[in-house]
Write a protein that binds this ligand. Structure first.
Ligand code: PRP
Length: 187
């Protein structure tokens, strides 16, 4: 058994590993780069509000904000489209709507993965309607398979393979979110 397989089994309680797609160190390096790009993209006095799309973005958001060396604020959107399955149900339920005011502010929606694009297509318009100065999307992973993506992320960590991915916030039936890397379980 390899060290990666052993580590995966520790975190999952025995689930076999398909493969590690992005290691913790690869993710950390890319997130640091994204944080620097975001910090450099706005004027010094810009009023920035990051909206982390929960639950999937919670690990990415926590790492990302610590790499953006400038003033900003953080709030959350809680949405769910997958339930316990592996395919999007096609409709997105907004479970928590941020209380933070958005008018005149630079909004950055932080997403863990863009898959079918349903989540962004259904949520971004509602944010744009609140009269912000700008709306951008920062996604760690982008499968580039969304047929009609109306809101293209400005910042993307990795172009991801079209496989079921878990870890670093991504789940399967609520399991695996706590893995420090991104992996394919063996199916
Ligand atoms: C997942 C993931 C993204 C979204 C991407 O969230 O975290 O937010 O699906 O898929 P899409 O591009 O096909 O819409 P999910 O709805 O499973 O909720 P979660 O974040 O709580 O896991």
């Amino acid at each position: 058994m390899t060290a990666a397989e052993r580590e995966f089994e520790e975190y999952t309680g025995g689930e076999p590993l398909g493969r590690i797609v992005y290691s913790a160190s690869e993710i950390a390096a890319r997130v640091a780069g994204m944080g620097a790009e975001i910090a450099a993209a706005y004027p010094p006095d810009a009023d920035i509000l990051l909206l982390g799309l929960l639950k999937g973005s919670f690990v990415f958001l926590g790492d990302l904000v610590r790499q953006i060396r400038r003033p900003l604020q953080v709030d959350f959107l809680v949405a769910s489209s997958y339930g316990t399955g592996t395919k999007s149900s096609g409709s997105v339920e907004l479970l928590y709507d941020p209380r933070a005011p958005m008018a005149g502010r630079h909004i950055i929606i932080v997403e863990d993965i863009v898959d079918s694009g349903t989540t962004l297509n259904q949520l971004c318009g509602g944010i744009a309607d609140r009269d912000p100065a700008s709306v951008e999307i920062c996604a760690l992973l982008h499968k580039r398979i969304a047929p009609d993506l109306e809101w293209e992320p400005r910042w993307v960590g990795f172009d991801a393979p079209n496989e079921f991915l878990v870890g670093y916030g991504l789940d399967h039936g609520e399991d695996f979110r706590h893995l420090p890397f991104i992996a394919c379980p063996r199916t």
